[in-house]
Design a binder for this molecule. Sequence first.
Ligand SMILES: *[C@@H]1O[C@H](CO)[C@@H](O)[C@H](O)[C@H]1NC(C)=O
Ligand SMILES: *[C@@H]1O[C@H](CO)[C@@H](O)[C@H](O)[C@H]1NC(C)=O
Length: 408
Amino acid sequence: MASSFQQLLSLLLLLLPSPLREHLSSTSHVAVDEFHPIFLVPGVSCSDLEARLTEAYQPSVPHCGAMKGKGWFGLWHNTSELLAHDYVQCFQEQMSLVYDPAINDYRNMPGVETRVPSFGSARGFRHKNPAKTLIAALENLGYRDGDTMFGAPYDSRHAPPVPGQTSEVYSRYFKDFMEAIELASNKKQKKVVVLGHSFGGMVALEFVRNTPMSWRQRYIKHLILVAPTLPYGFLEPTTTPLSTRSMWRSFESSIVNFPSPAVFGHEPLVITKQRNYSADEMEDFFAAIGFSEGIEPFRRRAAPKAKSFEAPMVPMTCINGVGNKTPLQLVFWDEDFDASPNAVYSDGDGKINLISVLAFDKEMARQLGQNKQFKSIKIDKAQHSTIVTDDFALNRVIQEIIEVNQIF
Ligand SMILES: *[C@@H]1O[C@H](CO)[C@@H](O)[C@H](O)[C@H]1NC(C)=O
Ligand SMILES: *[C@@H]1O[C@H](CO)[C@@H](O)[C@H](O)[C@H]1NC(C)=O
């Protein structure tokens, strides 16, 4: 019995792709100190945010001013605490951003200062799903936070700029990120791997694209994007509740993921009885849903992002889920944009449409200098957020991390 089990096991090992097979059959083969340091850029709600209220802060109701002059406190940190302390209204007010047309950038409300704690470490998001499972798997391989594994949390209210755009928040973030990479790389005498998931995939891609070419070539071993929200965009069949809507809509991240005309062109994406909206009519759609204030920042900041396709020119792997029902069109038949729409589905990871993924693959394959160092992996039935938590998908992601460490 035991021996037939062992036979079965060796047979299974043989069926595995070779790098994983080597890893599982002799872990000594990939010693951890041979690994390149890895930097994780987590998904959209994983990074904490701290705030400090200065004298300039004018609370809408007195109790929102309770933290005024009392130093830094966790603003986006623990939602049950917000509820427990009746801080939801204050939270929304202090989280909200203001678009400033004079500088074409977003800033905080007057008197609110913010910062992302624990930059450089994964400890700020190590207990949050889905990052948690990925971090545990990396630790299983032998990665250690602060030595071979690092975190690059970010302020997810803001969207990363494409080359040529400015963003005060991301200028600082990119600078910190470069310094952290230089430090880790110099210490280990190795280039680093940067891995981003979902919105963090877009942040990771834009980070690399915003660094000087010689810097990238010197420090970046590989860029791994797992289910990244790419510039080609998608539609989500969820409507934000009225109570938190103005806060969400004030974020730059709320306007950057709309479908791009470059891919979806004149196809109707939002369907109503009266009229349809295609990717190049998103401004009309904003007006129809009562979000006119989003039009200018959309035109000046989001639309240019959807036209920026230069490849990062570093070795890159894109890992996406396929084989899931993924919204392509939304139907608000009676033009009630507050009701949940019906969706028309096509293929993808449940959130990001395969059409966008294939357009990105094609674009990367077309660009000389990227085409020979681009790999696209599709994992059947892997879904957007569970691609780094479901064993079958996570194993494939881990296998790719092992593989890129073995490329010389
Ligand atoms: C969040 O806050 C609640 C209530 O104060 C507390 O019980 C819980 O332990 C906190 N969770 C974390 C992760 O800090
Ligand atoms: C909207 O698009 C749908 C699906 O393509 C089409 O059947 C319908 O005629 C269009 N409606 C209008 C008002 O153009």
